[in-house]
Structure formats: structure tokens, C-alpha cells
Design a protein around this ligand. Structure first.
Ligand SMILES: Cc1cc2nc3c(=O)[nH]c(=O)nc-3n(C[C@H](O)[C@H](O)[C@H](O)COP(=O)(O)O)c2cc1C
Length: 159
């Protein structure tokens, strides 16, 4: 499949996970592209500061999508939120979602953020086929990434 990994990453954690997923899916025979959402501000977290997109990846080019985002203030980051509010239809395509967060437990923002992300993509006719919360400060981080990677490759190799 032609897989697009669409992410927002301010400090590189979400990007690192995208690169791990890309390597695994490529090894399984998929064509994989990482596309980063771009903005013209270094301080996107300060919601009162105006910022604009410098890159909004086009999801229509892919057969399957992965969306990745950091958690911000116990929610989906403002950049990802705004990007997904303007998302084009996925027309029944499968998508996997993941968020990275600093705190060690998913209930510290990750679960809420992933639910927001999934809902926005499902509203555009995406078919959710899994999700992961990566807790960066947890000892389980490596396991969480590995588990998500293995499930993703397994699920998408059957399609
Ligand atoms: C403004 C701001 C708010 C954040 N809020 C949370 C939070 O509520 N819960 C949490 O676990 N991590 C929070 N974090 C940490 C990030 O979610 C975490 O470091 C994430 O992995 C960063 O991803 P990135 O490197 O791809 O930008 C916050 C970070 C920033 C900058």
C-alpha cells in the first residue's frame, strides 16, 4: 500500500516514532512517506499567538494513513487539531493514530488526545484500525512503540 504518515512534531518525539513505523512498513513492502505539518511559529503552544500553516500535507494521495501528534495540555496539540478540522475526506481509507506525551500514564492527556484525533478523522470517513499512546517518560515506552509497530505491520499486511 501507499502509506502516508502525517505528523506534527515540535521537538522530534512524534517524528522519531514515525521513522520507526516507516522503517517497519517499508521492510514489509509498503511505500511509505512521512509528511510533516509545518507552521510559521516557534511557539504553537501559546494558543493566543497567531500562526499559520506553511505545510498542510494532502491525504488524498495515499491508500492508508497514519496520524501522529504530541499531547498538549491534556488534549490534542492545537496544530494537529486545526489541521484535522480542515481535513479532506478519506473516503473509507484505513488510518492508524498515535500520540506521544511526556507524562507516564495514558490518562494524563494521551487517551483524551487520541480520542479527539480519531473522532476528527472518522468524521471525514476514515476507518480507524488501531491507535497507540506513547508515554515518553515511562519505562514502557520502547515496548509501546514496538507493540504498535508490530500490530500495524500485521494488520496492514493482511489487506
Ligand atoms: C505546551 C505543552 C503542553 C504539554 N502538555 C502535555 C500534557 O498535558 N501531558 C503530557 O503527558 N505531555 C505534555 N507535553 C509534552 C509533550 O506531549 C511530549 O513531550 C511530546 O512527546 C512532544 O512531542 P514532539 O517532540 O513530537 O513535539 C506538553 C508539551 C508542551 C510543549
Amino acid at each position: 500500500m501507499n502509506v502516508g504518515i502525517i505528523i506534527w512534531s515540535a521537538t522530534g518525539n512524534t517524528l522519531l516514532v514515525a521513522q520507526i513505523f516507516k522503517a517497519a512498513l517499508s521492510a514489509a513492502g509498503h511505500m511509505v512517506t512521512i509528511e510533516q505539518i509545518g507552521i510559521n511559529s516557534a511557539e504553537p503552544a501559546r494558543r493566543t499567538d497567531p500562526w499559520n500553516f506553511t505545510n498542510q500535507p494532502d491525504v488524498t494521495a495515499y491508500d492508508a494513513l497514519i496520524f501522529g501528534s504530541p499531547v498538549e495540555a491534556f488534549s490534542l496539540s492545537a496544530v494537529t487539531l486545526r489541521f484535522l478540522q480542515n481535513l479532506k475526506t478519506l473516503s473509507g481509507k484505513p488510518f492508524f493514530s498515535y500520540v506521544t506525551q511526556y507524562f507516564p500514564k495514558p490518562w494524563m492527556g494521551g487517551t483524551n488526545a487520541i480520542n479527539q484525533l480519531k473522532k476528527l478523522v472518522e468524521e471525514q470517513d476514515g476507518i480507524s484500525c488501531g491507535s497507540a499512546v506513547i508515554n515518553w517518560s515511562s519505562k514502557k515506552r520502547v515496548l509501546q512503540i514496538e507493540t504498535a509497530k508490530i500490530n500495524l505491520v500485521k494488520d496492514w499486511s493482511r489487506e
